[in-house]
Design a protein around this ligand. Structure first.
Ligand SMILES: [Zn+2]
Length: 76
């Protein structure tokens, strides 16, 4: 799709790292599927991916994780 941020680039499928901060915890997810703008580098995630990221972040916080770096995987 056309990038809505810079309005010049096209987004292409790739992987990106995502950092989420929740309740004082910092969680880094690596290799998250994303569409990435080839001009400005803006990263876009689908609704399904975003929902999974938030769910996994909240799960980690609920078990007391404060800092974590993990490979992202969609729950089966
Ligand atoms: Zn862009």
């Amino acid at each position: 799709m056309k990038c809505p941020i810079c309005k010049h680039g096209e987004t292409r499928p790739g992987n990106a790292s995502v950092t989420l901060e929740r309740s004082g915890a910092t969680l880094v997810f690596r290799d998250v599927p994303a569409d990435i703008c080839d001009n400005c580098g803006e990263v876009y995630h689908s609704g399904e991916i975003t929902a999974a990221l938030i769910q996994q972040a909240e799960n980690a916080v609920s078990v007391g994780v404060e800092v974590d770096v993990r490979r992202f995987a969609l729950a089966a």
